[in-house]
Design a protein around this ligand. Structure first.
Ligand SMILES: N[C@@H](CCC(=O)N[C@@H](CS)C(=O)NCC(=O)O)C(=O)O
Length: 90
């Protein structure tokens, strides 16, 4: 299942994470706060009661703090690419 990013496009910490995800071509669900996704803000509150954003939900785990999200994303993509290269070498 692809990760979900709870974020707002005008928030600088969210832009920092969005740049990393877009640069890497990552497939993710963008839970953008606004009228098009009215549940996003209440779900954010259940994930992180401080209601700060961005928040990433990946494989049932919640990641907060933009730098930690980017670090997690980097590790997850390195692990995925090493899994895929070991499959190709079989
Ligand atoms: N240190 C956090 C900062 C997160 C943060 O302050 N985000 C702002 C938006 S850019 C926010 O949640 N503002 C709303 C609030 O503080 O209640 C990070 O790096 O993600």
């Amino acid at each position: 299942m692809k990760p979900s990013l709870f974020a707002h496009p005008f928030a600088s910490y969210c832009q920092k994470v969005l740049i990393a995800l877009y640069e890497n071509g990552t497939d993710f669900t963008y839970r953008k706060f606004g009228p098009e996704d009215p549940a996003a803000l209440s779900e954010l509150e259940t994930l992180w009661p401080l209601k700060k954003f961005p928040v990433l939900l990946d494989e049932g785990r919640t990641y907060v703090e933009s730098s930690i999200i980017i670090e997690h994303h980097h590790r997850a993509s390195v692990a995925a690419s090493s899994r895929s290269s070991s499959t190709h070498s079989l």
